[in-house]
Ligand binder design. Structure first.
Ligand code: SF4
Length: 294
């Protein structure tokens, strides 16, 4: 590939010979391919979401719960395009409800042709989920138009000070807003299956409430509601923050779980603003729900 500008870092790395900010070279490196049961209910369903967890990440938050794979350069398995295609087919044959690409941004140049081939083959009879940090370039998302059915982006921060401190991305809010606009323009209003059990198409915005920062969460929700309204997208409000992955950071405010008060105050704001979607049980704040990548 040419010098890489796939994600908003636009670090212009020659990934044939060097590693980008995302920690990856050109070859697709995958940490786990398996049914996963801890996504939102209409995505996990009863048979699981068909997840492909990619190694590397262009955002690299200090509290990431998947650090084993997002920050390590050599974990996981290097797969050719043909091998990944075959593994995806095997995953689909297991009966999963969708194909869920987790942290795929830095491999879109390889994934888009694979998705095109899958769609053309008739073997892909379930929705494709694009599961992302929300830190996306609009130009890259446009490459996925017609290939992705459900966008599952995070919207992590309103404050540029917070996004700079925890993710080295002071432009996060503006970038994520433009990305969300593109996702909504591609998919439109969300749509469920006829029986109402599974999501077939649309955009689900995830927001993880961080300890000590409930006011930023409330500003995130207000910003999304004011910019996009609350009718077309679903909100997934997450309480699953676990401090285990941030204990080695110099941010003591992240060294604890989110309190019930913090989470419930954000939930109340979501209800007041009229969001539809998903709240998480407080018992989800456990590293047990993080897949084992070893
Ligand atoms: S995807 Fe990786 S290599 Fe490409 S611009 Fe982003 S951080 Fe750099």
């Amino acid at each position: 590939m040419a010098l890489c500008t796939l994600c908003p870092r636009q670090c212009n790395t020659d990934r044939e010979s060097a590693v980008g900010y995302c920690g990856q070279q050109d070859g697709i490196r995958v940490a786990r391919i398996a049914p996963h049961f801890f996504e939102e209910p209409p995505i996990s369903g009863t048979r699981g979401s068909g997840t492909v967890f990619f190694c590397g990440c262009s955002l690299a938050c200090v509290f990431c719960q998947n650090k084993d794979i997002s920050r390590s350069r050599n974990n996981g398995e290097l797969l050719s395009d043909a091998e990944l295609y075959a593994r995806i087919l095997a995953l689909l044959e297991s009966g999963v409800h969708n194909l869920n690409l987790v942290t795929p941004t830095h491999f879109v140049h390889r994934l888009a042709p694979i998705l095109e081939r899958l769609k053309a083959s008739g073997d892909l009879r379930v929705p494709v989920v694009y599961n992302t940090s929300g830190y996306e370039r609009v130009e890259t998302l446009r490459r996925l138009d017609g290939l992705v059915d459900i966008y599952l982006p995070d919207f992590k921060y309103f404050s540029s000070e917070l996004s700079a401190r925890y993710s080295s991305a002071p432009d996060y809010k503006d970038v994520a807003t433009a990305a969300l606009a593109e996702m909504l323009s591609q998919r439109g209003r969300y749509r469920y299956s006829e029986d109402g059990e599974l999501l077939e198409s649309g955009v689900v915005v995830r927001h993880l409430v961080l300890p000590s920062h409930r006011k930023d969460s409330i500003r995130v929700l207000g910003h999304i509601a004011a910019t996009f309204g609350t009718d077309d997208l679903l909100l997934s409000l997450m309480s699953q923050y676990t401090p285990d992955f941030a204990l080695d950071t110099p941010y003591p405010e992240l060294h604890r779980r989110v309190t019930s008060f913090e989470y419930s105050s954000v939930c109340k704001e979501a209800e007041l603003l009229g969001f539809d979607g998903f709240f998480q049980s407080r018992s989800s704040a456990s590293s047990e729900f993080t897949p084992d990548f070893k």
